[in-house]
Every structure is written in C-alpha cells, then in structure tokens.
Design a protein around this ligand. Sequence first.
Ligand SMILES: Nc1nc2c(ncn2[C@@H]2O[C@H](COP(=O)(O)OP(=O)(O)OP(=O)(O)O)[C@@H](O)[C@H]2O)c(=O)[nH]1
Length: 380
Amino acid sequence: MYQPDTQPDAQTAAQSRDLVAENEALRARMSYVMEQARRNHEIMSRHQAFDLEIVGASTFTELVGTIFRMLPIISELDTVTLSLVDPDADIYTVMYKLGVDFEALPDLLFCEHAVCLGFESYEGERLRPRLGPYTRAEHHASFPHPPTGLQSVALVPLLRNKRLIGSLNLGSTDIQRFTRALGTDFVEHMASIIAICLENVISNEMLKYMGLTDALTGVYNRRYIDRRLVEEVARARRQDYCISVMFIDVDHFKSVNDRVGHQAGDDVLREVAARIKMELRVSDALARFGGEEFVVLLIDADLAAAAMVAERIRAGVVGKPFDLAGGQGMNVSVSIGVSALDDAACELPIEVVAQQLVALADGALYQAKEAGRNRVVRAE
Ligand SMILES: Nc1nc2c(ncn2[C@@H]2O[C@H](COP(=O)(O)OP(=O)(O)OP(=O)(O)O)[C@@H](O)[C@H]2O)c(=O)[nH]1
C-alpha cells in the first residue's frame, strides 16, 4: 500500500514536540524541587542559627528576648508568645528581683497550674501540640494581645522529663499555616530545645538569686549589698545624685532569743525585715548583714531624707508588738545609724567610698546604742 513519505516526518515532529513538552515539564518540576530544596536549606540554616543563639543565652532575659525577636522572623510567624507554669510565682519573683523588666516582655505569660494550658493527656500518652484555627474564646489566655487578622495557631507543649513546664504559642494570619492535619515533628523538636534552654537558664538564675539572698528573711545578703554598693556609688558619681546607707540593729536581741527561744527569734528577724521593707522604695536595697544586723541602701536620698526614712522604720518596729507563735506578743526595737555620700569623697576610689559609707553608718549605730537604743543617729 502506498504511504506518503511525509507521514514519518510528521510522526517524528509530533514525537519531538511531545518530548520538548515533557522536557519542559520536567525542567519546571526540577526547578520547583530545586527551589523547595533551596528554601528548606535556608529555613534549616535559620533554625540552626536560632538554636545556637538560644543555647548560648546565659540569662533569662537574653533567652526569652531572643525567642521573641528571632522566632517570628525565622519561622515567618505573625505572633509568638510563651506561657510558663509557675505555681507559687517563684520564677516571676526571682526574675523580678534579678531585674527582669516584665513590661518589656508583654508576650511572656505565667500560669499557676499546668492544666490551665489546656493540653489533654491520656494515660501513658505524651502531650501533643494543639493546631488549628484561632478563636478568641479558646485562645485568649495564650494570645492576650493577638495581631489583627490572626487565623491559625499552634500551641506546643514545653516538656522536661515528662513534666509540662509551659507552652510555646505560635500564630499566623494564614489560615492554612497551622491545620489539624499538619505534621508536628518540626515544632515539637523546636519546643524541646526551647524547653531545655528555659530549664537551664531558670535553674542558673535561681542559683544566682540564692547566692545573693538570705535564706532566713528572703532579703538580700551581704555579698549582694557589698557589690551593689560599689555599683551604686559609681553610678551616683556619674549621674550626680546622692545615696545613703542605714545600719540597723535589733536591740537586746540576745535577750529576745533567751526569752522566746531561737525559733521565735528567727520569726522576729523575719518580721523586722518585713517592717523595714514596708518603708522602702523599690529602688532601695535591703540586706541582712549578718546576725541581727540589716543594711539599707537608699538611692537618690541625702542624709536628711535617709534619717526621715530611718525614723519611720524605727517607729514602725517599736510601734506594734510582734505576734509570735503561741500567741505571745513581744515589744521589739531597733537602733539605726545613717550616713550619706559626701562630696569630699569624690577623689577617692569607689570601693573605698563604699566601705566608708558603711563604716560611718556603723559608727552612728554604735552611738545610737550608747545613747540608749531605739533611736536614729546621723553620721555628720
Ligand atoms: N534567732 C536568731 N538569733 C541570732 C541569729 N544570728 C544571731 N543571733 C543572735 O543575736 C544575738 C546578738 O546579740 P548581741 O550581739 O550580744 O547584741 P544584742 O543582744 O542585740 O544587744 P545590742 O545589740 O547591744 O542591743 C546573739 O544572741 C546571737 O546568737 C539568727 O539567725 N537567728
């Protein structure tokens, strides 16, 4: 049968067109896969940099600040908050005392009980992240200040040794970003690193705090006040304001112990510390110097102002009997010596000035004791 000799050519041309199309499709697919691989590599690198940064954080502020600063960028999120389980507000109190500025961390949240975080746990099963659409009713506690248009969220449990220590809360304005069907390995891995870092940093800060506080009264200890005094003398000089020191000693404390016993004596010391504290500003620092002696550092207070505060403390201690265990009441008084930074000390090294301030207040306290106790004496 006759066949026109153009037909094989047409067939070849069609085959070649198919091949070109297939090739183009393959190229497009290849370039898509390459682009995905490049993007994944970029995300991995960003997360590695994030991991390094948080593992290297040495303070609570540094760690939490890094999480809030970097995570929204590297994970392309519209909001990140962090909830911490803090039953007796120990973490909050210690961090506050160590100077953490919570107002600068509005996305750091505390809750009293782990159940408040809303992770359901079934017998023997590990807690799972909660992913899905955002609703104000369900997620208000985790996102108290949600960004406009928040659509989907992931609440990821922070676990240490199977204990829930908090929740990492991620939010996006993209409804598809966190759906119930999404795999959670990646966010769980990230949360496990954050949980380890948080636990480390919190333990370190707690240890630091314990090294600076007096276990009996909860106020600062001598080590802290010695260091703070030097810092404050330097700052007062630079910024040209006055600082004062008070040396406070409980009168006849030996006889307090003798009458009511050592335990009740301890209660008296705690109550004295609390009554002193009531008269101070947050910027002032109170420390137990040892035994029944306390030292107060007053910021931006001259001798007259410090003597006035000292008089209030003296009156506050002696004005109301101390209620001791067993219903017994006891009258307690304190003697106080006060000193202030002198212009004449400007030329001296700051450590020497700090020591002089305490020594002067101690000398004034001695005079108060000599003059009959329950009084305030200024080192003029
Ligand atoms: N309960 C208790 N007593 C303490 C503590 N540290 C020191 N003391 C006691 O405090 C007393 C201090 O006594 P002294 O230094 O003689 O002075 P004082 O009896 O207060 O007399 P004046 O200071 O002269 O008014 C001693 O009996 C110490 O045992 C403590 O942590 N707890």
